[in-house]
Ligand binder design. Sequence first.
Ligand code: GLC
Length: 451
Amino acid sequence: MKVLPPEVEEILAKFRLNREQLQEISEKVEQQMKMGLAKTQGSSIAMLPSYVPALPDGTETGKYVAIDLSGKNLRIMLLTMNGAGTTPTHETVNYIVANHVMKGTGDQLFTFIVNCLQRFLQEFGLVDANLPIGFVFSYPCELLSIRSARLLWWTKGFDIKDCLQRDIVALLEEALEMNMSTKVSIKAVMNDTVGQLAAAAHKYGPECTIGVVIGYGCNSSYLEKTSRITKFDAKARGYDHDNMIVVTEWEEFGKHGELDDILTQFDREVDAASVHKGKQLIDKLCGALYIGEVVRRVLSQLVLDRVLFEGQSCEKLDEDESFPTKYISEILGEEEGVFKACRRICEELEVEMHGTGDYIIIREVCDVISRRGASIVAAAISALLRHLELSSVKIGVGGALIQFHPTYHQMLKEKLEELTPITMKFELVPADEGSCQGAALIAAVAERLKL
Ligand code: GLC
């Protein structure tokens, strides 16, 4: 057991959640999920219908394109599937969405997407191929069909007002028409968690019915019986399938004060400085867009308390986003007792004098804040497991924290084991590039089922 200065312990104690606290969160999440399935309003967890009735079964073949807008990244992928028993191959290009576009107009955003698509198709000689497209739009949407999604609200730092309540497939199609000479068709639109689930189900088989993304934000989707989505009038909506994937949008949990007891002063500051104050608290406690900021604010307080860097000031630490979440991954990626990355990061933060005592504190702060996030995600997943009452399930996990944070997967697994009844068997299965691949797979499912 490391002995940390009492000032550090005092702050970190606020981030350490005990089993009772996590069970309580988990129970409240389950209640809100049930309410979200029954009512369109009132629950902090929206439980949105996706209009996707089935997962890929491995027999899919052909070439598909996926467009995936998740936070600052726009990924475009060409996926080639050769049918049962084979692994799909893919080519992917990443484009970065500029800050001014994230807060600009719909026209700017969709023209940017179409320009990137045009470049991508040219690069791969596919301009005239007229390939089917799966579109991942990882923001909360009300779906009206598998090809129509009304944006409910923005998350993850986006704030483009003229897109709110608009059908984002129609906006994309308009931009395609205005800017592209060739024809492409959007076969399906979905949240990134649906893509993640589809990719994992394709890779790990039909036992995989839950998808969780822990990226910039954190959210999940799962295969539900249509009859249990009691707020959804399947007949009136012309939906005649027994199952449907539901997107929980659990990142909004907490907006009715459910997390007030565990929020620290640092979380409240991160929230207050965010684009959407008071909203998406799960993203803010668990997502890669925010946890670096929480660490930064704690470290900055420890400098003020004169326990870090012997009280020498560190102006950089007072600047927003000067401690990106990738620093956390780099620091925790080193063996205990090795502090190369930590030393380099202190240099990047322009601290004049730093030493082992500081590195131990920084490492512990990164660990405790990551662990709190993973514990909350585990509480939410275990709520879903209880709701589903399955005896055995595979959970497809993906997103930046799963892919790049060295201890996240293990922490999540341990907490989930602690919080889940022993009779429920689960396995966490990772699928990298999941949401993008899954979008192409769902486009194939939509074609197969003639949706
Ligand atoms: C945010 C979005 C949600 C998305 C998640 C993961 O929470 O609101 O729709 O699935 O981030 O990217």
